[in-house]
Ligand binder design. Sequence first.
Ligand code: ZN
Ligand code: ZN
Length: 909
Amino acid sequence: MTGRQLREGFLEYFERNGHAIVRSAPLVPAQDPTLLFTNAGMVQFKTVFLGDERRDYVRATTCQKCVRAGGKHNDLENVGRTARHHTFFEMLGNFSFGDYFKAGAIAYAWEFLTRELGLPRERLWATVYTDDDEAFGLWKTVAGLGDERILRLGEKDNFWAMGDTGPCGPCSEVHYHQGDHLPCAEVAAGRPCLGPACECDRWLEVWNLVFMQFDRNAEGRLTPLPKPSIDTGMGLERIAAVVQGVPSNFLTDLIRPLLAHVERLSGKAYGARGADDISMRVIVDHARAAAFLISDQVTPSNEWRGYVLRRIMRRAMRHGRLLGLVEPFLWAVTGTVAEEMGDIYPELVERRPLVAEIVRLEEERFAETLDRGLERIAEEIDAGADWPTMTPGGEPVATPPVAGEPAGRRRVPGRVLFTLYDTYGFPVDLAQEVLEERGFAVTAETAGEYDAEMTAQRERARAGATFGAATDEGAAAFQALATELGTVTFLGYDTQAAPARILAMVLDGRRRREAVAGDEVELILDRTPCYAESGGQIGDTGQVTGRQGRGEIVDTYFRGAGLIVHRLRVVEGGFREGEDVAVAVESERRQGLRLHHTGTHLLHAALRQVLGTHVMQAGSLVAPARLRFDFTHQRPVKDRDLETIEDLVNERVRDNIVVDPFWTELDEALKLGAMALFGEKYGKRVRVVRIGDFSTELCGGTHLDATGQIGLFKVTAEEAIAAGVRRIEAVTGNAALRHVGRAEAALREAADLLRIAPLEVPRRLGKLLEEQRLLEKQLGNLEGRLARSRAQELVGGAREIRGVAVVVARLDGLDAEALRGMADAVRERLQSGVVCLGSATDGKVSLVSAVTKDLTGRFHAGKLVQEVAKAVGGGGGGRPDLAQAGGKNAAGLDQALAGVYDWVARVAG
Ligand SMILES: [Zn+2]
Ligand SMILES: [Zn+2]
């Protein structure tokens, strides 16, 4: 059974049993902004389980794409080292929202595994929560398992909770007994295998059934839920490995084709060498994660989700190097991911060119970082004689780090990791991996020293630094603040000025109760009319006025999970936490943003109409005085098409269509044909911006009331920014008028210079250029004639050395090419002899030597120039009849030229 059949079979089985098949949610969780990535099937149903939302089904089944990396499920370091850890995987699940409960869940699981998949009953075992007698009894009656095959486990293994409070309940797991012939760490240590509770490969947990049964309050007391629910999860790759009888998830047909690609790229066979196998597994797993994350609009950065993606990609790139892959390769592997899974997850195909480009750029950037960092690590190791040796009784001693080194591993000082990170941006986890591979230890002491260096660094940088530094620590700090303060209400669709309360202020990485004139703080209000940068539209600026102070908002943006933050420069007096203030948006600038945002939507629609619906938005910038729109398109946009696009937009501007923003359900919006855009997050309720029947987009931005306010739309540039991605820049309103005005002024200026009418300029310029070409030709002829007479002059000045005519001259100002031409001309006239010419131009020395045909047997031009170039600190060479050299020491040129006579005399000997 293929992985594909397994995925389909699962969904079909549950559909037959009354479940709605629900599409996989994006990896960026729309409904849970505190969560890094969607990491389980239940994430998209969280509000349903909490009772905050009702759907028109009570049973659902999904195949959910999941990423686990960082946070609670920090599996990154383990991925590649084992047969079953992944950052990206697919989770099969069935869900009951207050419908069936334990009996149903157990019966479905048992029937699917034994009937649909045909797994042998005698290999299946179950675990239940220690006092869950109900589940224990059901495994006996429904599945017919004997007491000895149902294990009772404790809270750590078999109790699940959504958070510290809220829904929770016991779980029950199905384990598959692979066989006692497989290795077990417990047995190796002389203890018995722990059975289904063991970590070893003899026993595989294949399915986890969660019985959401209780609501836990803040005191930790459990009250039964009125409608208990079911949430189950089964890793697709793992169950595929069981069904296909392969010892590793990576050998299933879901992943094996990717390994094959890496085998082709590296010329190495999977399974031949342990270390290579680890690298190959890292690469294919991380390629999957990168392809899916970027397709779901995560881009590598130093913040939050982007940072995790960057770490994943960089780890894969480093393992590529371990396999000898020096050129960018990961982008190609992500292409295979799209080929393998694109029909199930169409976003992989849609975004494929973008994914390839982003990954390749990241690979090029990282190659530089890596080269510098690895060099530095080698230097640090060479200089590392004083690194402390670990005390006996510390970690058990592995192989000695360096041949001949006494046992007792040496410990890496935290300073080394810090320098690498601070100076080269070399990721700490990678540095640790490299150093550990070379046999050094990174210990808690190392981490302590590293933290101390980091703290000291922050102290040093305090004057200029803010909480907003683009680090993962900064992001985490804001994340905590967002959780504490809750959602900030955005008022800016309806108003540009409003009263608000100061909830928090952050200065120099710390919360402050007060801010005074001169401070620049990050300000969080309970409500705000200021638009925070998102969806391409940059953040608002404005003013804050309090009873004691006045300040300027210089930017507004999101931090953490959707927390609106204002960067506030306190101009006068001061502000206090809890104070009520008046907030006003800089309205002229906001008007520019509205113009260019609505302009962007018109452009997007026009592009799709003129170029085709393959045009997908790949990014955009909406600024007060310009807009930039990136989109997928393979070729440059023809001038004619560009004109049509511009005309079409301007027609819609003159139509003065009402811009109609409204809120609706996501499904409803998609039915209206709304385009879901890059970089946006969608909740259950979405905002749609409709411009007549011309454009419908999901968009949170601020827009005009009607298109006529744009006045004029003008494209200013069209260019490629990446393979398959084009960029159009444009201006609207006043900015467009100014753009046209500037072009007109330039034309008028040119016309004045030519003393003709503006519209005559192109024809006249064409004529002038033609004349210039003619003049240049005449000039070239004259120069040639001049050169010939100069050559004649030089021949006249030849000196006779042992019967050989030698011409030597210094001709400053001529470049190497002109010098070569002159040497040729001189040799031609000389009939028999040796020529050497030199010049110094802007401190650069050129030397050219030439020998007539009859003498090349005796005098080698290459050797001559090589010899004399020493005096100008350079070198060179060439043919026996013509050669050239360069140098940097212009002061030595005369000496070099004088040396020619000596050389000829010596060689003629
Ligand atoms: Zn075991
Ligand atoms: Zn928009």
